[in-house]
Design a protein around this ligand. Structure first.
Ligand code: NAP
Length: 249
């Protein structure tokens, strides 16, 4: 066993990042630090060490990596968190250490699904048909584009309340994944939802809304994933643990 543990920095903010930290924290060859942006006021508990808040760009992250003697950066941020992923690649390159990505595969809709693709959240808000009752699940940071539409009604679900005022034509539901199909269907039916709006986040924890919308024949407006710089990527926690295992030798 090496005398000094192999130090891994996980850039978190996803369930997968938390599950990976849980797996790595019990390995005595490894020392794991998870970093969170600090946007969620009450984040779920994380195994191993935790630090919170921005680094101050790629240069700040590089300084952190060097000061903390990090051996490996794992970008396990959300598929839509583009800035931190770019910073992870640049900072690790600058520090001369590897960067891997943990990113769940996107959802693929099935034949017959009523899919409208949107290039970003604003385009998704613009695509909601006039008079629609939209179930909006894009997160509290980007819900404002829907709340300003007075010609639609909105049911918006998020983990914590939005920073913006919620108008009368909107309802906010606070809930944390995972969600199940039967409850998603019930929510959509009782609230008379006609359109689901979602990012293509992928993963099983929030997939139930897609299945529920399919079973109810609802329109789905899906924001496509932004591009990220290519790095070796695992799509599952187990696969990432294998990649790390190979590096430990
Ligand atoms: P972003 O646009 O990629 O990053 C914006 C800035 O936030 C970064 O430049 C960095 O600040 C800081 N930051 C982001 N992730 C960080 C982390 N893990 N540790 C420390 N600093 C971090 O990110 P975002 O889209 O605002 O998302 C913020 C966080 O929420 C991420 O951790 C992401 O995984 C999570 N999240 C995002 C979404 C989404 O749809 N975007 C959904 C669910 C969860 P500095 O430049 O100062 O270092």
């Amino acid at each position: 066993m090496p005398s000094k543990p192999f130090k891994i920095l996980i850039l978190g903010g996803t369930g997968d990042a938390r599950h990976l930290a849980e797996r790595l924290a019990v390995d005595e060859r490894i020392s794991v630090i998870t970093s969170l942006a600090g946007v969620t006021r009450e984040p779920a508990p994380v195994a191993g060490a935790l630090r919170t808040g921005g680094f101050g760009g790629a240069k700040g992250l590089q300084t952190f990596v060097l000061d903390e003697h990090i051996d490996l950066v794992i970008d396990a941020a959300h598929p839509f968190a583009v800035q931190i992923s770019a910073n992870a690649v640049n900072a690790s390159r600058g520090a001369g250490i590897p960067c891997l990505r943990l990113e769940r595969p996107p959802w693929h809709l099935e034949e017959g699904d009523r899919l409208t693709s949107a290039s970003d959240v604003q385009a998704a808000a613009d695509a909601v048909p006039k008079g629609a009752r939209a179930f909006v699940t894009v997160g509290r940071q980007e819900v404002a584009a829907f709340l300003v539409r007075e010609d639609i009604s909105v049911v918006a679900r998020m983990i914590e309340p939005p920073d913006v005022a919620v108008p009368d034509h909107a309802e906010v539901i606070l809930a944390r994944p995972p969600f199940v199909v039967a409850e998603e269907k019930e929510l959509m039916e009782t609230r008379g939802i006609s359109v689901l709006v979602t990012k293509n986040s992928g993963g099983t924890a929030t997939e139930a809304k897609i299945v529920a919308a399919r079973e109810l024949g609802l329109q789905v407006i899906m924001v496509v994933r932004p591009g990220k710089p290519p790095v070796p990527t695992a799509t599952q926690v187990d696969e990432m643990v294998d990649l790390i295992e190979r590096r430990l030798g």
